[in-house]
Design a protein around this ligand. Structure first.
Ligand SMILES: N[C@@H](CCC(=O)N[C@@H](CS)C(=O)NCC(=O)O)C(=O)O
Length: 225
C-alpha cells in the first residue's frame, strides 16, 4: 500500500501552498512537516539533503524524494487518483505550463516580492520599503495581469475550461498581492480575472490552506512571506 506523502515546508509559502492545493484538490491525505526557511538560523542543515537550494517545499512519497513545486504538483496529478489537474491536449497543457512559467518568472518576483513584501510585509515589520524595487514591480504588475487575462481568453479558469495546476500555482501569489491596498483596483480592471479570483477563493482547498486562517487558529500572526 502506498504511503502517506510528506510535504516539507511552511504554510505561509506560496509554493508550499500550491502543492497543498493540488493535494487537497486531488483528495490526497498528507503530512505537512514544518521547515521554516526564514528562521533566523535558516533551514536546518539536514534539510539541504532534501532541497540543496534551501527552499521550500520538498516532498517524499514511497521513498521517492522530489523538490520544485511544479514537478511535485505534476507528479501528484499523475501518481494519484482524483480529478485530473492537467488538460488532455498538448496545446492546453502547453498553455497551463506557460502560465506556471509566467508565475515563476514574473508574478512571484513582482507581485509577491516587489509589491506585497515591500508594501505590506516590510512595513508590518517596521522596515522601510525599497522604493526602487516597488517602482520596478509596479511597472510590471499591469503586464502580469494583462498576460493572465489574455491567456484566459474568456475561459473560466486560467488554463481553459477546467481547473488546472496553473490556477493552483498562481492563486497563492495573487492572494498575497491582493493584500496590497492598490491591488484590488488593478485586478478589477480585468473582469475575467476578477471573476476567476472569486471562483478560486470559494474553493474549499483555498480556504483550508489560507495561511492567515491557520495562523489565526494557532493564535499567532502570519509570517507574511
Ligand atoms: N522553484 C522553487 C521555488 C521555491 C521558493 O522560492 N520557495 C520560497 C518560499 S515561497 C523559499 O523557500 N524561499 C527561501 C529563500 O528565498 O531563502 C519551487 O518551485 O519549489
Amino acid at each position: 500500500m502506498s504511503q502517506k506523502p510528506k510535504l516539507f515546508g511552511a504554510d505561509y509559502s506560496v509554493y508550499v501552498r500550491a502543492v497543498r492545493l493540488a493535494l487537497h484538490e486531488k483528495g490526497v491525505d498528507y503530512d505537512l512537516v514544518p521547515v521554516d526557511v526564514f528562521a533566523a538560523s535558516g533551514p536546518p542543515s539536514s534539510y539541504l539533503a532534501r532541497q540543496p537550494f534551501g527552499r521550500i517545499p520538498a516532498f517524499e512519497h514511497d521513498s521517492f524524494n522530489l523538490y520544485e513545486s511544479g514537478a511535485i504538483t505534476r507528479y501528484l496529478d499523475e501518481a494519484f487518483e482524483g480529478p485530473r489537474l492537467q488538460p488532455a491536449t498538448p496545446k492546453q497543457r502547453a498553455r497551463m505550463n506557460q502560465i506556471i512559467s509566467i508565475a515563476d518568472g514574473y508574478i512571484y518576483s513582482n507581485l509577491v516580492w516587489g509589491m506585497y513584501v515591500e508594501l505590506v510585509s516590510k512595513p508590518l515589520r517596521g522596515e522601510p520599503s525599497d522604493e526602487r524595487r516597488v517602482a520596478i514591480a509596479r511597472s510590471k504588475v499591469p503586464v502580469c495581469l494583462q498576460a493572465l487575462a489574455d491567456l484566459m481568453d474568456g475561459a473560466p479558469w486560467l488554463g481553459g475550461e477546467t481547473l488546472t495546476l496553473a490556477d493552483l500555482h498562481v492563486a497563492p501569489m495573487m492572494d498575497y498581492f491582493l493584500m496590497v491596498p492598490e491591488a484590488r483596483g488593478l485586478l478589477e480592471q480585468h473582469a475575467a480575472l476578477a471573476s476567476w479570483w472569486q471562483r478560486m477563493v470559494e474553493r474549499p482547498s483555498m480556504r483550508y490552506t489560507n495561511p492567515r486562517r491557520e495562523a489565526a487558529a494557532a493564535g499567532a500572526l502570519p509570517k507574511h512571506r
